[in-house]
Design a binder for this molecule. Sequence first.
Ligand code: CMX
Length: 430
Amino acid sequence: MGLLQKKLSENLSVLRKEINDLIEKHGDRVISNVTVKQALGGMRGVESLICDTSIVEPDKGLIIRDSPILDLVDRLPEELFYLLLTGDLPDKEALLDLQRELRSREEVPSYVWSVLDALSGDAHPMTMLSTAILVMHRDSVFAMEYRKGIPKSDYWIYVLEDALRLVARIPAIAAYIYRKRFNRGERIHSDPEKTWADNFAFMMGIHDPQGTFADLIRLYMVLHIDHEGGNVSAHTCHCVGSALSDPFYSISAAMNGLSGPLHGLANQECLRFVLSILKKFGGVPTESQIVDFAWETLNSGKVIPGYGHAVLRVTDPRFIAFRNFGLRACPNDDVFKIVNLLYKTIPDILKEHGRAKNPWPNVDAGSGALLYHYGIREFEYYTVLFGASRAMGLLAQLVLSRGLMEPIERPKSVRTVWIKEIVATGNKNS
Ligand code: CMX
């Protein structure tokens, strides 16, 4: 048993007891109500999901376990994976052990390459990612052990085994998707000497004379790793996993949710907006030109991509981390300069405009510009990077769900006529 498994096993026995106590002693306590607007409005703000890996605070941004994300930006993604699962960062020995565990599981079954090669040449990169993950269900240890018959209290052990396999293999799969889909040449084989994110960057084969692309990939993987439990991909993974579908089924489903324009595709729109400014002005505009352009955009009824947030009410710390990276790696890049000019001007404009509850930049305001700087100009690929990172957070959530022996999800749905009756009579039981 690896050190991660050992620590999780200890944690889970304590957590299970805590949860049983909560249900036993306070099971009927009301913690949230649902209004008609919420029921008809995407369940926004209904506190009915549990997620202990991370939380998004309106005035602070993403907190992973107890650490603000800006305190974690120099860490490795695999350290965050351990943190998400256990609540603690690994010490040196535990990190080395986890890295060994990942390396021993990184070989991608050959049928995955065959399946990817058989997809049409213009398949969306997210279709490729979701499909590659889905077909690995064939070798799910959890599915196999479940068929044999295992106690519910042991499910998490095999779910974790699948999770480790998936995390270990994602860099090679995602990197191959980039090379294959955008004709970047043959598959590059893994370098066992490199860490998870460095190896990912290496297998993408990006021309990188500065030698800093791997740092960007590491940062990107850290910043997108988790975002509590209610967003579409996290909730999808939780729901599908609750039916005891294995991690390959669950993560593939989550990736399909991430593929939506309202979820994982927003970063493309932000970069398109920045590039449209570059094109319109034939270079980096002046501050007053950008102010005029922003007002034109708003007055024509459009939003400023990369600004505003459903939950946050401060600058997204993940934007700050990306901007700090850009200031070090590419301060003179025209696209990055426009990102900076927007950061300087847009918040005041949005405040004056008076609509957006949050005038500050979100994570998507700067990430695309950095990828663009390193020559990744195929926007469709950006969500694959998001997905490769987010899979780790979702897998951590999934392992914990099985570890805590959560039941299948089954909220009650009601008919619109039922709501109309309540509204008319004021009586829920009428
Ligand atoms: N530019 C112009 N208007 C904006 C705005 C922006 N960046 N952000 C919000 N508004 C407007 C809304 O369109 C809304 O207008 P109406 O009253 O006319 O409907 C009003 O301000 C109130 O919106 P809100 O409550 O502040 O924001 P929402 O929770 O409804 O929406 C979001 C949040 C992100 C969809 C919105 O801010 C937006 O469209 N931003 C631009 C797109 C973007 O950056 N998306 C990436 C999101 C990243 C993430 O979710 O992690």
